[in-house]
Design a binder for this molecule. Structure first.
Ligand code: ADP
Ligand code: MG
Length: 254
């Protein structure tokens, strides 16, 4: 894979003029409208916006789950464009270089914690490094739960398993779609603290879609989407400032 020669500061994900439309003619919906963005490696970015503003489409395009109608998406320091990559290479790249965390955890019920966490490695035919596994379980506070099944864990613990599973491949970026949406307030704070800690101590890059201003306030930068466009970006916003910005975007809680 070709490597870029200039990489300072390193970017984990780059979108160049990404447009995604669905349908055609009168029924055409432009979900993302000429979005350009570079996410610096080792940072935590929150993506906010009203329902229908293109948040999920943005995440799916950045993840290679959805192909842009036009524009380019690059991961890490490579110049291979996800928008035009073959399905086979995209599958490999998603498996090896991207971590996902979903609102609904998406764990496999029949597998224990350790098996869920190492699943991406097994799918890739990669050997599990025992020290790295132990380290990853410790990082999410699940060392004592390695043999438990998801049904034996609380919601917060299940999301910790999903985070460990996302981290196990040491991905370029972890993409999270409303990761605290199914959790109570206290547990949500706990998970957000863990994501923040992962960025601060492991240099992990995280991009998180959320409609919760408090969740977004854990991030380094907040990106506001409206009608498929980035209408504002900011850093160091408090939850109140983010809520205020959302209100002015005409947002309603999703
Ligand atoms: P958000 O996640 O911010 O709620 P989405 O990215 O899901 O927004 O959707 C953005 C716009 O694209 C919406 O108008 C939505 O209806 C439309 N859209 C999303 N996916 C599809 C699809 N598969 N087919 C048609 N329209 C879609
Ligand atoms: Mg969505």
């Amino acid at each position: 894979m070709a490597r870029r020669k200039t990489a300072s500061p390193a970017m984990a994900v780059r979108l160049q003029s990404v447009t995604k439309s669905y349908g055609s003619g009168d029924g055409r919906v432009i979900a993302l409208d000429n979005v350009s963005l570079a996410v610096p490696a080792g940072t935590f970015t929150a993506v906010m916006g009203p329902s229908g503003s293109g948040k999920s489409t943005f995440l799916h395009c950045a993840a290679g789950l959805d192909r842009p109608t036009s524009g380019s998406v690059f991961l890490g320091d490579t110049d291979a464009d996800l928008a035009t990559m073959s399905e086979n290479r995209l599958t490999e790249l998603r498996r090896d270089r991207i971590g996902f965390v979903f609102q609904a955890f998406n764990l496999l019920d029949a597998l224990n914690v350790r098996q869920n966490v190492t699943l991406p490695l097994r799918l890739a035919g990669r050997r599990t490094d025992r020290a790295h596994l132990a380290d990853t379980l410790a990082r999410v506070g699940l060392t004592d739960r390695a043999r438990h099944l998801p049904s034996q864990l609380s919601g917060g613990q299940q999301q910790r398993v999903a985070i460990a599973r996302a981290l196990i491949t040491k991905p370029d970026v972890v993409l999270a779609d409303e990761p605290t949406g199914a959790l109570d307030t206290v547990t949500a704070r706990d998970i957000l603290g863990l994501l923040r800690h992962t960025v601060d101590t492991a240099g992990q890059t995280i991009v998180m879609v959320t409609h919760d201003p408090v969740a977004a306030s854990y991030a380094d930068a907040v990106l506001f989407l409206a009608d498929g466009r980035i209408v504002d970006t900011g850093a160091g916003y408090s939850a109140d400032q983010i809520a205020d910005r959302m209100t002015r975007l005409g947002a309603r809680a999703a």
